[in-house]
Design a protein around this ligand. Structure first.
Ligand code: SF4
Ligand SMILES: [Zn+2]
Ligand SMILES: [Zn+2]
Length: 304
């Protein structure tokens, strides 16, 4: 098939726009849409020091590459990578190597932060001792360390590789669970004292496009799944959206637009609250003791 724009050989069929794109026009379109999303939500501003959450997986690798390509030349901006090593044997070491390699090649600083060093045990050990699901420990502790590390290293923003597929799944899942408060947490540019502002430059980009862009730029993409990955509730939602999108291309954008239309109401329903400081560790939390400290206490009580 030929590119709908220039007639050269196409590398991608963009279903939602009903057109074929050659390498040049695919890359142009991809980068234009990222810049547009970044401007729309003021994700990157003059003087920002941006931490990139780099798991070493396909999304974060591509994110680091494209941010560096589009903004790396700006003297007023700084980027660095943070990788959290949860301690998942047979999975994480390889992705850390990739994250390190990518940062090296891009010439950006790279920091690895370990569960073991901060919480005294790896995720593998937590899973053996504790009764909660691995993703519960992982999610709470990773979020905690990403925020703390990026803030301690002077970051003004924390960029993550969440793409359109991830975001629409989360939006729909929150609706299905009637968890509107959690839905409100997806509002872009929500500032909270002590929390580094999270930005998601791929929020308007299909997962497939992230992968294609990574391949076209010969990036080291890792597709291995975490051994603890179960996706019990998310899987049917993901499959439903996938099927719906297949029949009616562009529906993922519709889900995103519906959410954006609700933002003013969500802001009224859940106005910004001042966060407390955790009595144990001093990190921001809506409770007295943050979730990470509570979980650590629970794990330690089982261990001794
Ligand atoms: S699948 Fe769960 S345990 Fe594995 S990296 Fe993701 S959140 Fe962590
Ligand atoms: Zn073309
Ligand atoms: Zn705490």
């Amino acid at each position: 098939m030929n590119c709908s724009k220039c007639g050269r050989q196409a590398v991608y069929f963009q279903r939602h726009a009903g057109r074929f794109l050659c390498k040049k026009h695919f890359v142009e379109d991809f980068e234009r849409r990222i810049k547009f999303a970044i401007q729309k939500f003021k994700m990157i501003e003059k003087g920002d020091r941006i931490a990139i959450a780099m798991s070493g997986g396909k999304d974060s690798t591509t994110l680091a590459y494209v941010l560096n390509k589009l903004y790396g030349f700006r003297k007023d901006l700084e980027f660095f990578g943070i990788t959290i090593d949860e301690g998942i044997e047979g999975y994480r070491p390889e992705t850390i190597k990739v994250a390190k390699k990518v940062c090296n090649e891009l010439g950006i600083e790279h920091v690895v932060v370990r569960f073991q060093d901060h919480f005294g045990m790896t995720l593998d050990e937590m899973v053996k001792i504790g009764e909660r699901k691995p993703c519960t420990y992982c999610g709470v502790f990773r979020k905690y360390l990403l925020n703390k590390t990026s803030r301690d290293l002077g970051a003004t923003k924390l960029a993550t590789g969440h793409n359109l597929d991830d975001e629409t799944q989360t939006i729909l899942l929150n609706f299905l669970n009637a968890d509107i408060e959690r839905l409100a947490r997806l509002i872009p540019q929500r500032e909270q004292e002590g929390l580094v502002l999270r930005i998601k430059p791929f929020r308007e980009i299909y997962e497939r496009e992230v992968v294609v862009y990574g391949f076209l730029n010969e990036l080291p993409l890792i597709f291995d799944e975490c051994p603890y990955s179960e996706l019990p509730v998310r899987a049917p939602v993901r499959d439903f959206i996938y099927e719906f999108e297949r029949k009616y291309p562009g529906r993922k954008f519709s889900i995103m637009r519906s959410f954006e239309k609700l933002i003013p109401c969500l802001k009224q329903m859940y106005p910004q609250v001042d966060l407390n400081r955790c009595e144990r560790c001093g990190e921001p939390t809506p409770r007295k003791i943050c979730q990470a400290c509570a979980l650590i206490e629970e794990l330690k009580s089982k261990n001794y």
